[in-house]
Design a protein around this ligand. Structure first.
Ligand code: ATP
Length: 213
């Protein structure tokens, strides 16, 4: 489902996603994988890898992934992913993967509060980029990775994802709903969960958090 404009685009925890008309890619993909609930996070990571490949194919720029759902270029957010589930207690009926990609916005198209933290492909490349070409490439890459995932599981996707990840090996701060962990991001588990080793040497598994680099 592709929209030309979103009037109330949103990110995680109902945060606003700025989605002005004709400038970006505002789309959702519905998948119906036969996987258990905790594995849905893997699809966010898989989608992030496909988006990195799509942007690289079309623009030659290689973005980086900030766990779990942000794609950055030169430290600024160019794309956000929001994965939502339609599920019963033990079964996923559908996974809705929302993608918001800044493509042809100029700096002035962003509200002031986003101007220092957001970027677009136009701003990074210095020229307009075809949204149709990008969508095509993202879907080609996504389909390839999704079929690989269904056949071989998350492991090959994990290796690819790690090669694009910005936070691995670095000191980060993770704010979960209940506490804050400061430590070194060690990588992700075979399920896609972030592993952080804190300054006392204790290992934490983080399922959901705000990450500060
Ligand atoms: P963070 O960037 O702090 O890790 P997050 O991953 O929780 O945030 P999302 O929920 O994916 O972020 O997106 C919401 C946030 O993204 C907003 O609070 C705002 O700061 C920022 N934002 C909103 N619209 C855009 C946009 N078009 N481009 C880049 N960033 C945006």
């Amino acid at each position: 489902i592709i929209a030309e404009e979103q009037l109330s685009g949103r990110g995680r925890m109902d945060r606003k996603w700025h989605s002005p008309k004709y400038t970006g890619i505002w789309m959702s993909i519905i998948l119906r994988p036969n996987i258990p609930l905790p594995k849905a996070l893997q699809l966010t990571l898989l989608t992030a890898a496909a988006i990195v490949q799509g942007i690289e194919d079309i623009t030659g720029v290689q973005p980086e992934i900030k766990w779990p759902n942000d794609i950055l270029i030169n430290g600024k957010k160019v794309t956000g992913i929001l994965t939502e589930l339609v599920a019963e207690a033990d079964r996923i009926n559908a996974v809705i993967i929302g993608i918001g990609m800044n493509v042809n916005q100029t700096k002035e198209d962003f509200p002031v509060e986003l101007q220092e933290i957001a970027t677009s492909l136009l701003l990074e490349k210095g020229r307009k980029v075809s949204r149709a070409d990008l969508i095509k490439s993202i879907f080609m890459n996504l389909e390839k990775l999704y079929l690989l995932y269904l056949e071989e599981g998350f492991f090959p996707i994990k290796l690819l994802w790690e090669s694009y990840a910005i936070s691995i090996g670095r000191k980060i701060t993770a704010r979960t709903l209940t506490h804050t962990i400061v430590g070194k991001a060690q990588g992700i588990t075979d399920d896609g969960v972030l592993i952080i080793q804190d300054e006392q040497g204790k290992t934490h598994h983080v399922y959901s958090a705000d990450i500060e680099l």
